[in-house]
Each structure stands twice: as C-alpha cells, then as structure tokens.
Design a protein around this ligand. Structure first.
Ligand SMILES: N[C@@H](CCC(=O)N[C@@H](CS)C(=O)NCC(=O)O)C(=O)O
Length: 204
C-alpha cells in the first residue's frame, strides 16, 4: 500500500495520475496548502522542502519503506514498479524522456511562473506576459507534434502523456486563452482526459 500526500495542483495531479494509471493501490491524504499543512513538522519529515506531492511506499524496493517527493520521480517510480507506460524500444524510450522532460520541466514550471507573477503583491504585467508567451509557444510546439503522432512520445501512451495532461489541465482552468486554436492538442487532451484512471486522478 502507498500513501499519497497531495493537493489538486499540477504536481499533485501528476502523482495521483501515476498511481491511478499504473493501478497501484494507494490512500490519498489531502494536504491543505492554504492552511499551511505542508509546513507542519509531520509533513516536513516527509519532505523538508515543504512541497507536495510525496508518496510513502510501505513495500518499496527490497521490501523496505520508501519516501519519495518530486512528481516526475513519482511518475517514473510508479511506471517502473508496475512495468507500464515506459516504451521498451531504445529510440521510443529516448523520445519519451524528451517528451516527459518538456512536459514536466518546461510546461509546469512556466505555468507556476505566470501564477507567481500574477499573484505577487506587486504584479508586473510585462513579466507575466513574457512567461505567458513562452508557455503558449510550448503548447504550440506540442500541437504541431501531436499533428504527426497520436501521443506525446509517439505511437503509444506513456508517462509523458500523463505529465503533459497535468500541465494542460491546470492551464485550461486558469489560462484557457493560451490553449485556443490548438486542435491537435485539444484532440489529444479529450482522449487522455476520458481515460477512467485520469478522471479518478483529477477528483481532489
Ligand atoms: N518539482 C516539484 C515541485 C513541487 C511543488 O512546487 N509543489 C507545490 C504545489 S504544485 C507546493 O507544494 N507548494 C507549496 C509551497 O511551495 O509553499 C514537483 O514536481 O513535485
């Protein structure tokens, strides 16, 4: 059994998507960020960075408990543990790492940067616009890629799709204008979002 400590942010969703899609049994422990629950001594013992998500796998490698933070590390851990959503072929796997890194390290942090600037005590519109333009550009490239292939990393669903979908979902809620006029990305998002495991993962 795995314990998941998370909230409904893109990083929290990414970890829950990993568990749901990989079919690993888990218990969700919601962490109320607005109440500062991620700064409690109990939570800091799990992640001294005071950030969700965290998982504790009581049956980790070698049968020992394992505590893991970083949503993309959790995604990879669940895929390896279940043997799912990691392409076997070397070239397909390399394409998957590239897609995964783009989704996890370009999209989500850029979304976070826009939010941070917009919500700052002294908002700075030109900086916010710069980050928004960058995020839009990333999604445009994704749209072009998805015109040529059905899934984020090629012809099969992989953990890159789950990572990208987490960023897509948060953007569609907060900055929907950045996703307008991107038909291939929209087609892909409809398909990935209709997966039953994805629907369960989004219910925070
Ligand atoms: N790189 C980390 C980022 C984790 C992160 O930024 N978590 C945010 C929520 S999305 C958080 O816990 N923020 C609370 C805070 O920083 O005070 C990951 O992918 O898990």
């Amino acid at each position: 059994m795995i314990d998941l400590y998370a909230a409904g942010t893109s990083n929290g969703m990414r970890a829950r998507m990993a568990l749901e899609e990989c079919g690993l049994p888990y218990t969700l422990h919601p962490v109320a960020l607005d109440k500062g629950e991620h700064k409690s001594p109990e939570f800091l013992a799990l992640n001294p960075n005071a950030q969700i998500p965290v998982i504790v796998d009581r049956d980790g490698p070698g049968g020992k408990p394992l505590t893991l933070s970083q949503s993309t590390a959790i995604l990879i851990y669940c895929a390896e543990k279940s043997g799912k959503y990691l392409p076997k072929d070397g070239a397909a796997r390399a394409a998957m790492w590239q897609a995964l890194m783009s989704a996890s390290t370009d999209i989500t942090p850029m979304f976070g940067s826009v939010n941070a600037v917009v919500r700052a005590k002294e908002p700075h519109p030109p900086t916010a616009q710069m980050f928004k333009d960058r995020l839009r550009q990333y999604f445009k490239v994704w749209d072009e890629r998805l015109a040529k292939q059905p899934y984020a990393a090629g012809s099969e669903v992989s953990i890159a799709d789950f990572s990208l979908f987490a960023g897509y979902m948060r953007t569609s809620g907060a900055l929907p204008e950045l996703l307008e006029g991107l038909p291939n990305l929209t087609r892909w998002a409809k398909e990935i979002g209709a997966r039953p495991a994805m629907q369960r993962a989004l219910r925070f």
